[in-house]
Design a protein around this ligand. Structure first.
Ligand code: ZN
Length: 171
């Protein structure tokens, strides 16, 4: 962002609240650059977890948990349910929120990890997935994208299908 979206003045960097912010010197605009919430859902199926193969950057052809960006005014659970349906063809019920984590490394999102209680329907890859399937622990692919996804998947299998403990700090 180079110019102010309100008055079109060139933006500068100022310190507000102990952090460097991009702000407008002429009006009150501050580019707060807050993280965007995304969901990622663990969907147990056939003694495994459902993963989707990514069709788009980043990590094309890598596998990950179904999920994505929340829409405007959407409830987080609704968002998780919608993303799973869009990407996998499955209708789920949410069991619970497992945790909310920031990946760090400059990736400006907060990932809400949900666990699905039940899943029904037929696996059909959505628009942004080239493949979708359930993996048992010994079948897990080597190319699972995103460190936090890998950790959540590992935790779930470690607990034999339940979820135990919290994640280590990965930042
Ligand atoms: Zn301005």
């Amino acid at each position: 962002m180079k110019s102010c979206p309100l008055c079109a003045s060139p933006l500068t960097t100022v310190e507000i609240g102990g952090r460097e912010r991009v702000a407008c010197p002429r009006c009150d605009f501050v580019h707060w650059d807050n993280p965007k919430p995304v969901t990622a859902t663990l969907v147990p199926l056939d003694s495994g977890l459902v993963l989707v193969k990514r069709k788009f950057e980043p990590f094309v052809d890598w596998w990950c948990l179904p999920g994505g960006f929340m829409e405007h005014s959407e409830d987080p659970e609704e968002s998780a349910i919608r993303e799973v349906l869009e990407e996998t063809g499955l209708s789920i019920e949410i069991d619970r929120l497992l945790g909310a984590h920031s990946p760090g490394r400059g990736i400006n999102v907060v990932i809400l990890f949900y666990l699905a209680r039940s899943a029904s329907g037929r696996l059909v890859p959505g628009d942004d997935a080239s493949e979708v399937r359930a993996f048992r622990r010994h079948e897990l692919p080597d190319n699972v994208a995103f460190e936090l996804h890998r950790q959540m998947i590992e935790k779930w299998f470690e607990g034999n299908g339940s979820f135990v403990g919290t994640l280590p700090d990965v930042t």
